[in-house]
Design a binder for this molecule. Structure first.
Ligand code: CDP
Length: 138
């Protein structure tokens, strides 16, 4: 079956990473668009045609943070996005490198309490229960 952009029944996936290390979650601060600039998100991006979500998310994290990662299980629910896209979160393990804000304004590590007080992008707020549970499991 043809799965090219605009020719598929499946929405295009945007994958976001819940990177947890030493009991803290990595958040990245958006620079654009204007209404989201300054808010914090799970880093990630659009999966390209021909990529698996795991490969695409690892590529986005290499580009955005300069790290090598292992993409694990999905968490939380699907978030429908405008433009026939769907946002999904995955638990991701850092393999090598230190995350740097190559395409974001900043990155920071938060514990459960700091996560609760963080200004997240609205889409990512739906995952707060699962992200908090993930942090508390470490
Ligand atoms: O970098 P790329 O253009 O592939 O993707 P993006 O612009 O970062 O994300 C694509 C869409 O997903 C945008 O509408 C983002 O606002 C949204 N997104 C989100 O809501 N939460 C995330 N953690 C990541 C992306």
């Amino acid at each position: 079956m043809q799965t090219g952009a605009g020719n598929s029944a499946e929405p295009r996936e945007v994958a976001a990473a819940a990177i947890v290390d030493a009991g803290r979650l990595l958040l990245a601060q958006r620079v654009s668009p204007p209404h989201l600039a300054g808010l914090w998100e799970l880093p990630g991006g659009k999966i390209e045609a021909g990529e698996t979500p795991a490969d695409g998310l690892a590529r986005e994290l290499r580009e955005e943070l300069g790290v090598e990662t292992v993409v694990g299980a999905r968490i939380g629910s699907d978030v429908p996005l405008a433009g026939a896209m769907v946002l999904r979160a995955y638990v991701v393990e850092l393999k090598s490198g230190t995350p740097e804000a190559l395409e974001h304004a900043a990155v920071r590590w938060v514990d459960a309490e700091q996560l609760a007080g963080a200004d997240l992008v609205p889409n990512d707020e739906v995952w707060l229960p699962e992200l908090t549970a993930l942090l508390e499991s470490f």
